[in-house]
Structures are given as structure tokens and as C-alpha cells.
Ligand binder design. Sequence first.
Ligand code: C2E
Ligand code: CA
Ligand code: CA
Ligand code: CA
Length: 277
Amino acid sequence: SKDSGKNKFSIFDSEMNRYQLRRMSLEKDLRKALAQSEFMVVYQPKWDSLMNVTVGLEALLRWRHPEHGIISPAEFIPIAEETGLIVPITYWMLHEVCSQNLLWHKEGVASVAVSINMSARMFETEDLYEVVVEALTRSGLDPQYLELEITESIAMNNMEETVAQLSKLRRLGVRVSLDDFGTGFSSLGNLDEIPVNTLKIDQVFIKKSKMHSKKAIISNIIAIASNLNMDVVAEGVETPEQIELLQSLGCRVMQGYYYGRPMPVHELGQWFTENSA
Ligand code: C2E
Ligand code: CA
Ligand code: CA
Ligand code: CA
């Protein structure tokens, strides 16, 4: 009837409202989150499954919201990107991660590269190079222990500018990896022109690696990496079967819940005592 139609509309309407309200209130809170020290970095190991050692860490952002608790980056990163807040947040992240990593080196806890995720915004609006150099200089960290993770779409969309920035950073010694590789439908024809050290195979392929077609894709990514002299890391590794398959295809470095979840700094010391060379 006409009435129920109207009801459906108002239910939809109120759901939209709830979503919009949360979005607006998160946006408002996000503007204060840095100043109120609500961000925290967690670190997930990249594990060499042949040598059985940690060969790197990925830094991942967590937001400890005063009322809502931990909010997933999947929810707040898009807001941070739309509002431009991702730029100061990434600056903070760079300083935080570089100083923390230097501390691990000095304490003899570990000497591995730590990677940070870079949004497209960082290449569009800011001089990424200057900011990275500042974070390295201020902390005193050797550039080879810093890695930037970028997605295919960032690399391909504004290729000339991105390649120029990345090349300067690579000359310093900073490492670069292509994140979520295989999901961006990028043209492989340009891959050799992007200065990257590592391809990270997206977790969707690992999740479905029992399927013949996904296995074929994984195998081809590994071959491309090998032919272009790049390293390869498999993401989202959760089971011994996945590890066995990846090893049989020639991939040895893996990142996933099977080896280690993202951990706060105070847990990393213990992790390294138990999982270092
Ligand atoms: P990503 O860069 O692809 O990071 C990997 C995500 O997969 C992380 O989720 C990690 O916790 C999760 N993961 C790792 N191993 C496994 C596994 O075995 N199984 C499953 N199911 N998941 C696994 P997280 O921390 O929630 O981050 C989600 C996304 O948010 C990241 O995806 C990245 O795109 C973005 N992000 C996180 N931190 C930052 C940051 O500091 N800056 C920017 N720009 N983006 C960030
Ligand atoms: Ca990443
Ligand atoms: Ca990824
Ligand atoms: Ca992702």
C-alpha cells in the first residue's frame, strides 16, 4: 500500500541519517585525534618462511576513539583521505615509525625495514620527498630501514610525478613496495618503469589459493617479480596449506595472522626475542 511504501522510505531515510551522523561525528573527532594523541601504531611481521626470521614490519594505524573504542582504518582512512587529514596523520606516522625503528636498532632488538602505507594524497598535494627526508633526519634512521607501500592505482594514475618522487626517494635508499598487487588491473606494460623493490600479492589471491585460477595468478605474479628483479611478499597468510603452496611456487616471505598479528610496540620486544636470527 501507499503507507508501507512511505514507511520503507523513512526507514531507509533514518538509516542514511545514522550513517551520515556517524560519518560527520567521526570527521569532527578525527580533526582532534592527532592533538589528543588518540592514534597508535601496530606492527605486523613479514616473515621469511625458509630462514624462519622476521625480515620486515608493516606499520598499521589504529585510532583509539574516546567513546567508540578502536576504530578500524577501513572506516577512518577514507574519511581522512577525503578531508585531507591523511596528510598530517601520515607525517605523524613517519616520525613515529622512524623514531621507533631507530630505537629498536639502538637497543639491539631488531634491524629490519618498517613500511608505511601511502595514500594518493601524499603524492598529489605535498612534497613527499621533503617530509620523508625530514623524518629520517630528525630520527637519524638509515633510509634503507624505511619502506613506503603504495598501491598500483597511485603508481599508475599520476605516473610521471609519482615515478619522479619515488626515484628521488630510492636514490636516498628508501625502499618502495607495490601493495595489493594484482587487484588494480594496472597495465603490466608500465610496471618496469616504476621504481619498486617489492610486489605484495593481495590477500584475495591467498584466501582463494585453492582455486586453480588464483594459483595461476599467484604463480604469474611471482614470475613477474622474479623477472623484474623484485622481491615478493604474500599477504594475508593464515594456514599451513597456503604456506606450503606459496613455498612450492617460489615465494618465501609472508605476512599474515598465521605468523603474527599486528602488535603494539610493547609486544614487539618479546616477539623479536622469540623470532630473530
Ligand atoms: P593493507 O595495507 O592492505 O594492510 C593489510 C591489512 O590486512 C591490515 O588491516 C592487516 O591487519 C590485515 N591482515 C594482515 N594479515 C591478515 C590475515 O592473515 N588475515 C586477514 N583477514 N587480514 C590480515 P588493517 O590494519 O585493518 O588495515 C586496513 C587497511 O587500512 C590497510 O590495508 C591500509 O590500506 C589502510 N591503512 C592502515 N594503516 C594505514 C596508514 O597508516 N596509512 C594509510 N594511508 N592507510 C592505512
Ligand atoms: Ca599495506
Ligand atoms: Ca595490502
Ligand atoms: Ca588493502
